[in-house]
Design a protein around this ligand. Structure first.
Ligand SMILES: NC(=O)c1ccc[n+]([C@@H]2O[C@H](COP(=O)([O-])OP(=O)(O)OC[C@H]3O[C@@H](n4cnc5c(N)ncnc54)[C@H](OP(=O)(O)O)[C@@H]3O)[C@@H](O)[C@H]2O)c1
Length: 298
């Protein structure tokens, strides 16, 4: 078990040399997915990302039905102090999915081999999961996440896509405040579905951090970023690779690359998530950042 008195790496004074690269975070939504990498490959992937300088990892209780947090916990064992972990709560799997979870290791190879199985999983992913943002559910979710992550604190604990009503009535954030007071979360906040929700979240002064899709950017995105900077809210941007309309992988990459470099030059985006489980894709991103740093674009 890694403990909270080790502090939170993103607040450390020692500035790493590759500071721009340190502003990238890895989105771990697909880690532990039944149609993704097996556990050994996933562990190796996280360790390779860490070796390449990634220190910020974004996960949630529901990713891979908890497997994403488990893999992160194992991969970062012994490195807890050097890593920053974001996790989220408020969504859960329906009872029938929880019932088949113990058989996941048996079902997974069958799904991987079958086109129909993979199709079913992708359809299931699109379905909206049940929500529960009650005090009891959020505390239970936090405890389960800490167990899976093999730590006694997370750096950021966020509400996972709450509705506008939930953001404005503020009760769920009150539950997160208690977790922060107990030292189980260093910072708390909201992971939003869109910029409108992000603007609502900025209305609550207890919010330390907001995660949200920032691309394609609009006038509202600018308004959000300006207010977040003034209020000193930690902004975790996502949606960079999925946003550009793409006709081919190379088009998608060139559009994303331009957005990536210009976004890293903006201090109000505290962290920028890249969602991948492919080392080749992560390396492509890191190499692009490195060459921009070398040519002083950043
Ligand atoms: N509501 C929420 O809180 C919420 C919602 C969505 C996402 N998230 C978080 O944000 C993270 C990122 O999600 P996102 O929506 O922002 O994803 P994203 O990074 O915009 O896009 C991910 C997609 O881009 C592809 N990709 C990544 N690098 C690439 C490269 N170099 N070249 C070509 N394709 C590349 C990935 O495919 P490959 O896997 O093949 O590389 C994947 O299909 C998630 O993992 C999760 O942690 C949170």
């Amino acid at each position: 078990m890694q403990t909270s008195n080790q502090g939170s790496s993103w607040m450390d004074d020692s500035t790493p040399p590759d500071v721009v690269r340190q502003r990238l975070g890895l989105g771990c939504a697909r880690l532990g997915s039944v149609v993704g990498r097996d556990q050994t490959e996933a562990l190796h992937f996280i360790q390779s990302a860490f070796d390449r300088g990634i220190r910020f990892f974004d996960t949630a209780n529901i990713y891979g039905q908890g497997e994403s947090e488990r893999i992160l916990g194992s991969a970062l064992r012994g490195q807890r102090k050097r890593a920053t972990i974001v996790t989220k709560a408020g969504q859960h799997f329906p009872a029938w999915m929880r019932a088949v979870r113990p058989f996941k290791h048996v079902i997974t190879p069958l799904i991987r081999r079958s086109g129909a199985g993979r199709y079913m999983v992708s359809k299931a992913r699109e379905a909206r999961l049940p929500r529960n943002f009650s005090d009891r559910a959020l505390h239970a979710s936090a405890e389960a996440s800490l167990r899976r992550l093999k730590t006694d604190y997370v750096d950021f604990f966020l509400l996972h896509s709450p509705s506008s009503d939930l953001i404005t009535n503020g009760e769920a954030l009150g539950s997160l405040e208690k977790l922060r007071e107990a030292g189980k979360a260093i910072k708390i906040g909201i992971s939003c579905e869109d910029v409108e929700s992000g603007l609502l979240a900025l209305g609550d002064s207890r919010v330390d951090a907001i995660e949200l899709p920032l691309w394609p950017a609009t006038a509202k995105t600018e308004r959000f970023l300006n207010r977040a900077r003034r209020q000193r809210v930690f902004v975790i941007g996502r949606g960079l690779m999925s946003a550009p309309p793409s006709t081919s992988n190379s088009d998608r990459w060139s559009a994303a690359r331009a957005a990536l470099i210009s976004s890293l030059a903006r201090g109000e985006i505290s962290r920028l998530l890249i969602g991948t489980t492919r080392l080749a894709h992560l390396n492509q991103v890191l190499d692009a950042v490195q060459s921009a740093e070398e040519t002083s674009c950043l």
